[in-house]
Design a protein around this ligand. Sequence first.
Ligand SMILES: Cc1cc2nc3c(=O)[nH]c(=O)nc-3n(C[C@H](O)[C@H](O)[C@H](O)COP(=O)(O)OP(=O)(O)OC[C@H]3O[C@@H](n4cnc5c(N)ncnc54)[C@H](O)[C@@H]3O)c2cc1C
Length: 510
Amino acid sequence: MREDAIRRVVIVGGGTAGWMTTAALARVLGENPTIDICLIESDEIGTVGVGEATIPQIVLFNAMLGIDEAEFVRETNATYKLGIEFVDWTRIGHRYVHPFGFYGLDMKGVEFHHFWLKGRTLGDETPLDAYSLSVMGALSSRFAHPRPDQPNSPLSKLGYAFQFDAGLYARFLRRLAEASRVRRVEGRIVDVARNAESGLVDAVVLQSGDRIPGDLFVDCSGFRGLLIEGAMASGFEDWSSWLPCDRAFAVPCESSGDRQPLTRSTARAAGWQWRIPLQHRTGNGYVYSSAHISDDEAAATLLANLDGTPLAEPKPLRFTAGHRKRAWVGNVVALGLAGGFLEPLESTSIHLVQSGIARLLALWPTRHFDRVEIDRFNAETQREYVDIRDFLVLHYKATERDDTAFWDYCRTLPPPAGLADKLSMFRANGRVFREHQELFTETSWLAVMVGQGIEAGGYHPAADVLSDAETLRRLHHIRDVVRETAAAMPLQEAYLQQIGCSLIPVKRAS
Ligand SMILES: Cc1cc2nc3c(=O)[nH]c(=O)nc-3n(C[C@H](O)[C@H](O)[C@H](O)COP(=O)(O)OP(=O)(O)OC[C@H]3O[C@@H](n4cnc5c(N)ncnc54)[C@H](O)[C@@H]3O)c2cc1C
């Protein structure tokens, strides 16, 4: 046993980030009897309580925790998700889907989309959607799990995620974590005691006067960043000039009975509205720029655009796009909203928690807290934020919309350097490059660039390995296979019922 090993881990906060972290640490480190894991949360302060849509990496996280998927889906009122439908983003009346998974089939070592681009030059105007099983399945309300055992079927590479009740997910993880040796302390932290010599945090002090000491503190205290900012003064990198939306209203409404496995994002006058169908209700929210619309107008717009009766008053939320300059300072690591925030346009926040946990475990420290490891953690965290930011800005930048001051601002904004480079590469010859294992794959960049009307100036010359006639023949064949496979997928409703979800009777708005 190393003398300098971490013995006491304190997780500050019991929102989604706190319980994801605690469950993961309990799973990976919990069998070590010398480690004490303690989570502190305050019922009085509460959690953000939104965060319902995810991306496919969550499947891996749940599997790592040993979660039974059917039980998780039942317990969190979850639905399946095959992508995000974007409505009115390119122009009013236009829609496209950013799917999980792949388009078509790469051929002769050349990416599929170059054959699709070549097909267009030959007069085949079939949209890219027709080559995605996720899109074709989702639009007809169908879902199936991937079938890696059928390598010749488009089902083999289907990607999927979930939409769920974030509060129920945190409760589910809490039950899981508390089944191992994790302690939960209820109470409000009122002070943070730092060591005068080292500057490290020694303990947090509760309103009751109790002192909770620790070697390592994971700050999951939400936007306030109680330790990372309050005690360690990390600093905040503010990206609101690129992502001007700074407020949201969230409201659940009755389900309309729509069972498409899709999150929907509809562009509005000063931002966008999400619609997330769960088993028992639909989650909605309007993310907007307060410089371009009043709170009252935003709330009214949201309430006027629900597909069922609202089930609560709209809940206001405020945020600033960006991240802590250093997510790890001394013996404090910030995860979740304490670490930063990027609007939920591509459902990335819960994933950022998950990847932060993976990074923390990979660089699990000793009580010496080596500088080089902390620097690595911070550099990788920052890179991940930058990559996601650039992908989000693409949605705002690549638009024809000029109907409001908000869209004029977004459309004419000079893009960040990484995004500018990706746009030029695509505009030249349809190239899509994924940098350094960035989160969003070539499929994602392609989906949004094509979906939002960016035109490729050409295709990869290697696509001429197939003659014109053969290219058109194969494109036709691939979309036939995709259409037939999609038609054979079960309806999501049947799928959910089959795993024991008791879908409530649908109430329609009058
Ligand atoms: C408008 C909006 C929409 C979103 N949509 C999505 C989405 O669709 N998909 C997605 O992945 N993510 C989404 N997110 C992000 C997601 O909600 C958060 O990433 C996730 O909930 C994690 O939050 P958290 O646990 O970091 O913070 P919180 O939920 O704020 O939890 C903070 C915890 O810290 C505790 N705490 C704070 N101060 C103290 C104190 N002094 N003493 C003791 N305890 C304290 C609180 O009690 C609470 O338990 C969205 C966020 C917003 C704002």
